[in-house]
Structures are given as C-alpha cells and as structure tokens.
Ligand binder design. Structure first.
Ligand SMILES: [Mn+2]
Length: 326
C-alpha cells in the first residue's frame, strides 16, 4: 500500500516508552510544517500521559493561530528542568534554535531529529531524515501511525496543514502518491481541507491587497524571462504583511520564469533571500553558497550588505546556475 520507507525503530523507541517529560522544540520563525508536527507529536504524547513543553525562540505567527493547540507553543529563552526526550522537526540546522538545542542536549538524554531537508546536520542522538517526504508532516503521520497513536481531528488538522503548506497546496514537484494517501487519511481523521484553505488563504487584512499591489509593482523580470525577483527595502511594507504572504510565489507564477527570488531588507544591514525554482535549477545549492539551505526547489539564506548589492550577487549566482548544466 505504502511506498514510504519504514519509520526507523530507534525513532519509534524514543517515544514508545513510559511517560515522562518531553520537549517539542521549534526553530526560529516556525512555519506550519514545524508547528503542525510539533503540536501533533505533543498531543499524541500528552494522550499517553506525558508532560509536554512546546516552544522555540520565536512565537507562532499570527497567520497560524488556527492550528489546534498552538496556544500552548511558548516563546522559550531558556529551558527549565530536565526532559526525558527532546524532539525537533523540520530543522536542518541546529544553529537555527538560538542556542536552545545546546540547552536541550544538556536537559534531555535523547534528542530526536525528524526532517526532510537534504542538508540536515544530523545533530540528534536519533536522526530520521527522509528527503523523499514532501513535508515533515508526512513523516510524523507515519510516526504516529507506527506508534499506534489515535489520529484526533486536531492532530489531523495540524499534519494536514503541514503537508498543505510545504506542497504549495499539493501543487509542487515534491507531491507523490504517498502525499495524497496521507492527506486522504488525515481528511478521514477529521482534517477539513476547506477550513484549512480558508484559514491559510482567505484571512487577509482589509489593507493587504493595497500592500500587495505596492509590493508586486517592484517585481522585475530578466530580459530572457527566466528570472524574476522582488526586492523589498526595509519598511516598504509592514512586517506583519510580509509574514502573512508568500510573496515569492508571485514572481514564481510567471510562465517563463525558472528561478524566482524575494529579497527582503532587514535591519542591521542584512537581506533575507527566498529562492524558488521549478526543477531546472537547484536553488538549495545557490542558497548553500551564501550559508543558507533548504530544498532543490525552495531555499533561502540571509546575506549581509545593501539591498542593491545583495540583489546583484544573488542574480549573478542564479545566472551562473542557469548557465551550468544540472
Ligand atoms: Mn518542511
């Protein structure tokens, strides 16, 4: 029935044991794949009488306030007390926890690292990396199934949202038959595709479309039509607007475009870069060249320098990648 590889025994064993105290640790700026999977595992453990702390260096974004149980996700500056196990999901790089991973390693004898990013650093005591999974949400569905954990509607909604967002609403090349099998099982367990879609895409603020217009007016397309980019100076539009929009999807939506870039000027002379591709170019390698990472078709990095200069450097790297045979 399933094409997916089995859940490794050591991952199951790390959680299939007498209840204790568990930490669900998220990375900086958690997205729906991080939050949905941590909340799902946390709920499954709580149902088995574990005591669960869920949190990370940054709060859950307001756009994901609909995720069941997200109110339990805390901003953590330090860790209080000892844990029997710590779980990180969708986090390739332990540096993305602002030091909390080191505290977790001191506080917990077992650190479980569950991820689908190809550049995962294998920092856990137990590592499960499946680059064939479209989302960590798929892996956690398989984990909870292996544990025999009941799929409640809230667990199903969290995992369905994780898969929904990481696949661009089931549109990207990472979608497999297994993705749909899992989405079907989650829908049968109580996830509501209509409710999740409305929560993700139909909750814009009244002024959001005007800001969208101002942002999209900044989209540039290369002469050959293969690269489109959007460079946003600091303060051009409010942070909360950018956090609630996947702006890079707009340059990506141009038919001729092979690589799309969103460059956001942050404070402190840094620029946050998001890269998207459609299979011709491995943007993970481009982002890796700037100290970032991600997936072949979706990656990011943060580069120091003025917005104009960073934009030129990124576009040069994209041109070189397009010119090189893959
Ligand atoms: Mn993911």
């Amino acid at each position: 029935m399933s094409d997916a590889p089995r859940v490794p025994a050591d991952v199951v064993a790390a959680l299939d044991r007498a209840p204790g105290r568990a930490l669900m640790l998220g990375h900086v700026h958690p997205d729906a794949d991080v939050l949905g999977t941590l909340l799902a595992i946390g709920e499954a453990l709580q149902a088995r009488r574990w005591s669960v702390v869920a949190g990370g260096p940054h709060p859950a974004p307001g756009a994901l306030s609909f995720l069941p149980g997200v109110e339990r996700y805390e901003v953590l500056k330090t860790l209080e007390g000892a844990f029997d196990v710590a779980v990180l999901t969708d986090c390739p790089n332990p540096d993305r926890t602002e030091g909390l991973i080191d505290a977790a390693k001191r506080a917990a004898p077992v650190v479980v690292n569950i991820d689908h990013h190809p550049d995962n650093r294998r920092y856990g005591t137990v590592n499960w990396i499946d680059v064939g999974a479209a989302a960590t949400g798929e892996m956690v569905y398989r984990l909870l199934t292996a544990l025999g954990a009941p799929l409640t509607p809230s667990i199903a909604t969290n995992l369905f949202t994780a898969v929904h967002t990481d696949t661009g609403s089931f549109r990207y090349s990472n979608v497999t038959p297994e993705t749909f099998r899992i989405a079907a099982a989650l829908t049968a367990a109580g996830a509501r595709p209509d409710v999740v879609s409305a929560a993700l895409y139909e909750r814009r603020a009244p002024d959001a479309l005007r800001m969208l217009g101002e942002s999209l007016a900044r989209v540039h397309v290369s002469d050959d039509g293969r690269v489109a980019w959007l460079a946003l100076p600091a303060g051009a539009v409010p942070e909360r607007f950018i956090e609630s929009e996947e702006l890079v999807n707009y340059p990506r939506s141009i038919g001729s475009v092979k690589v799309a870039c969103l460059l956001r000027e942050l404070g402190g002379g840094r620029v946050k870069v998001s890269l998207r591709a459609k299979g011709e170019v491995d943007v993970n390698r481009i982002a890796g060249g700037f100290g970032g990472g991600g997936h072949a078709n979706a990656a990011g990095c943060t580069i120091s320098g003025p917005l104009d200069a960073v934009t030129r450097r990124v576009l040069d790297a994209v041109s070189a990648a397009l010119a090189a045979p893959r």
